[in-house]
Design a protein around this ligand. Structure first.
Ligand SMILES: N[C@H](CCC[C@H](N)C(=O)O)C(=O)O
Length: 276
């Protein structure tokens, strides 16, 4: 069958977006891996599936799959592209959109200038919510990574994140330490690994080794996790600009129990169709 899709990105974190409101398709993890291949397939960091909601108070359901075929709970850059997509495709005329994800419900607002504001929900810190194997909740966990003691913060944005402070992201061991922490046994569902350089109380630089993908040009939930970690450790103010290799996101968090607010761009690259 022929499947229509749209290629999009949020600061270079790129997506294949598929409307399963007006189309029908079943994509298993093997097929997703093949489609994600940047030489033999379409190529993307994540696949986003747009579906009808399963609850009357929601506008859509949105499923997210990493390039390795794993289904995940949340995707910040993907949420912004999702909002742009459903408006462009005229699947809704609303500019405030309520969306179900596996990691919780989001509210997306599309501004006239095309930037998208996302209420990402409240972060969670209990080890069982991350999940992380730990005796108690801390602001810093020290893990034995192949004999090396590595200290990090850890939290959930619906999906699991580790945050490691570095002096200079350009020299951070993203490609060497990232995969070893991603697959560390104390993170039973693996983990996204952020390397954060604090520039000022209102500005950080960040690189992320994403679970199921590798290093991406940007990670929305990673930006949220890094700012939450910095605020709760007294390093950052409530509004922070996060500069990633692909560009800058605006993140705001008013403190425990409050939602994290992320604002940034969403770009459409091309429409395509593929026989599946
Ligand atoms: N790799 C992530 C999902 C995508 C997150 C990222 N692309 C974002 O913008 O938040 C995970 O396995 O939890």
């Amino acid at each position: 069958m022929m499947l229509h899709f749209t290629k999009m990105h949020g600061l270079g974190n790129d997506f294949m977006v598929v409307d399963l409101v007006t189309q029908r398709a079943r994509l298993d993890s093997e097929r997703i891996r093949a489609l994600a291949d940047r030489r033999f397939g379409i190529g993307f960091d994540q696949l986003l599936l747009v579906e009808p909601p399963s609850r009357p108070d929601m506008d859509f359901r949105y499923r997210i799959f990493n390039a390795d075929g794993s289904e995940v709970e949340n995707c910040g850059n993907g949420a912004r592209c999702f909002a742009r997509f459903v408006l462009d495709q005229r699947l809704t005329a609303r500019r405030e959109i309520a969306v179900q994800t596996a990691g919780g419900n989001l509210v997306l607002k599309v501004a006239e200038d095309g930037r998208v504001r996302v209420d990402m929900g409240a972060p969670r810190f209990a080890p069982g919510d991350i999940p992380l194997t730990a005796d108690d909740e801390r602001h810093a966990y020290t893990l034995d990574v192949d004999g090396e003691a590595v200290t990090m913060d850890a939290l959930s944005m619906g999906n699991p994140h580790a945050v490691i402070d570095v002096d200079n992201v350009d020299q951070a061991p993203v490609s060497t330490l990232g995969p070893r922490i991603e697959a560390h046994p104390r993170f039973p569902r693996r983990v996204n690994v952020g390397f954060m350089e604090v520039v000022s109380r209102q500005s950080v630089r960040l690189r992320v080794f994403e679970r199921g993908v590798g290093e991406t040009l940007a990670c929305g939930t990673g930006a949220c996790a890094a700012v939450v970690s910095g605020i709760r450790r007294g390093l950052l103010d409530q509004h922070v600009d996060v500069t990633l290799p692909g560009g800058t996101l605006s993140i705001e968090w008013a403190g425990p129990g409050q939602s994290v607010i992320m604002t940034g761009p969403a770009e459409r690259v091309f429409d395509g169709r593929i026989v599946i």
